[in-house]
Design a protein around this ligand. Structure first.
Ligand SMILES: Cc1cc2nc3c(=O)[nH]c(=O)nc-3n(C[C@H](O)[C@H](O)[C@H](O)COP(=O)(O)OP(=O)(O)OC[C@H]3O[C@@H](n4cnc5c(N)ncnc54)[C@H](O)[C@@H]3O)c2cc1C
Length: 219
């Protein structure tokens, strides 16, 4: 397993007390998320593109169209910055200044490597099973033509930062003690992700049961 790198660009300067550095927390944040925002430079223009992803051991895996600008830039070795954000709540402080959000976020710097051959199918399975557990064995497998149209990339989880914000607001003392401050409700409101009831498309014969593995999904 590649060793984690501590670098100046992954050291939190703003609110460093919210930093975490242990790899177990990194894995927990990545395993809780579904969407990563991938940033690269395109001819001097920063672009940040959201994609689904999965963690595989000490790598983050993404896949997309082989014709995609993002994937071609990454394949060519463009330095990348990948961000995963889990929004956990709104923080209503007495002052607007201290009002904020609760979250878990991870930022990974690195360069992607293309995965091809039989290893690509393994990587696609990991991505599918992270995003849609149980689906790999149920849905039709990718055809050679579909695989050709797909690019699968891995980034090592070596240079990363984690920032976690949790709990109640941190109001200034004067807002906690003044009559005006005491009159303002404050606290935090958790935000949870939740799956809705599955909705079959129009081609599913009526009465077809929803697959067991889908009914077990929870968020
Ligand atoms: C859902 C959400 C909402 C936010 N809303 C705001 C907002 O409205 N205003 C605001 O100022 N900030 C907000 N933040 C915090 C924001 O992400 C930055 O941490 C903060 O703005 C400081 O940025 P900076 O570039 O000065 O950080 P620095 O501390 O200078 O960054 C240095 C290094 O620390 C790491 N780092 C910084 N921020 C994060 C992070 N969030 N997660 C993981 N690693 C990080 C990176 O590796 C970065 O290169 C929010 C964060 C989240 C997740």
């Amino acid at each position: 397993m590649a060793k984690a790198v501590k670098s100046s660009r992954t050291t939190l300067k703003r609110l460093p007390e919210k930093a975490r550095t242990d790899v177990a927390t990194l894995h927990a944040v990545l395993d809780a998320g579904l969407v990563a925002h991938v940033g690269v430079m395109d001819h001097g223009q920063p672009i940040v593109i959201p994609v689904g992803y999965a963690r595989d051991q000490a790598k983050i895996l993404i896949h997309g169209s082989a014709a995609s600008r993002l994937f071609k830039l990454l394949e060519s070795g463009s330095p990348a910055c990948v961000t995963v954000t889990i929004l956990d709540g709104l923080v209503l402080a007495r002052s607007l200044f201290e009002s904020s959000m609760n979250y878990r976020s991870a930022i990974i710097f690195g360069t992607a490597t293309r995965i091809s051959g039989p290893a690509e199918l393994d990587a696609l399975k990991v991505i599918t099973e992270h995003l849609m557990p149980g689906r790999w064995d149920h849905a039709r497998q990718p055809s050679p033509k579909e695989l050709k149209a797909t690019m699968t990339l891995a980034l090592p989880l070596t240079e990363y930062s984690i920032k976690i914000s949790e709990g109640p607001p941190g109001d200034a003392d004067e807002d906690l003690t003044s009559d005006a401050g005491k009159a303002i409700w404050a606290g935090h409101i958790p935000i949870y992700e939740q799956f809705g009831d599955p909705i079959p498309d129009q081609f599913v014969p009526p009465g077809t049961p929803i697959p067991d593995y889908v009914t077990k999904w929870s968020r």
